[in-house]
Design a protein around this ligand. Structure first.
Ligand SMILES: Cc1cc2nc3c(=O)[nH]c(=O)nc-3n(C[C@H](O)[C@H](O)[C@H](O)COP(=O)(O)O)c2cc1C
Length: 197
């Protein structure tokens, strides 16, 4: 489904869904959760998908402090987020919050560029202790941007996965709810949206 949606190309007709997966290694549960959310949205509405993995941004990423000095690949990723119609933002939990690199990436995003933009927030952690990271850390972060954060946030722990597949029915249900909420917003607002079918 991801491939089919991506194959729609940059046609300016379908909403542009940009997913930021904060993984700094592979295989990655964060990336798996990002895929699950993105794929489910693509099953409900036609979208043009770009997935950004922080691990791909290269060594210049952590060493860049000013937008003017960003390497082209990083600038392209930032601009994709800024111009997206809908965003999926998922981070691993490090020390009780999103990772420092995830925040470093978002620090380059223009503060006015996410206003009113639908954003699905998600996180992966080792266990259940930090389930509410999505509510206490990620939701306020996107409130700063005045984004339209989707009501259902998704948290998955190590036990939610079997090998590299998301298998926890409770988490999958939340993925379903979040995707349905995105689809409802895109359809209601008519953001270059066409129902998938
Ligand atoms: C430096 C570090 C700090 C972590 N801190 C937490 C934590 O506070 N709470 C938690 O549930 N998991 C914690 N974890 C586990 C990771 O969140 C978990 O392994 C990660 O979500 C898996 O994502 P990935 O496969 O994409 O790397 C930590 C892992 C690392 C490497």
């Amino acid at each position: 489904m991801l491939d089919r949606a991506a194959a729609d190309g940059n046609d300016g007709i379908h909403p542009r869904l940009v997913a930021v997966s904060g993984n700094t290694r592979r295989p990655s549960r964060c990336r798996t959760l990002t895929n699950a959310i993105t794929a489910r949205i693509a099953e409900l509405v036609r979208v043009e998908i770009r997935i950004i993995e922080l691990v791909d941004l290269g060594p210049g990423f952590a060493a860049s402090f000013e937008r003017a000095e960003l390497p082209p690949r990083l600038l392209s990723a930032i601009e994709a987020v800024e111009t997206a119609d809908v965003l999926v933002a998922v981070s691993p939990v490090y020390n009780g919050s999103y990772t420092g690199l995830f925040k470093h990436f978002l620090d380059f995003v223009g503060s006015g560029t996410l206003v009113g933009k639908p954003v699905v927030i998600g996180a992966t952690g080792g266990g259940p202790r930090h389930t509410l990271v999505v509510e206490h850390q990620l939701r306020p972060l996107f409130a700063f941007f005045n984004a339209l954060t989707i009501p259902t946030a998704v948290y998955a722990e190590d036990a939610s996965f079997t090998s590299s597949t998301l298998t926890d029915p409770v988490v999958m249900r939340r993925v379903e709810m979040a995707a349905a909420q995105v689809a409802a917003i895109l359809t209601a607002t008519g953001i270059r949206s066409t129902l998938a079918g």
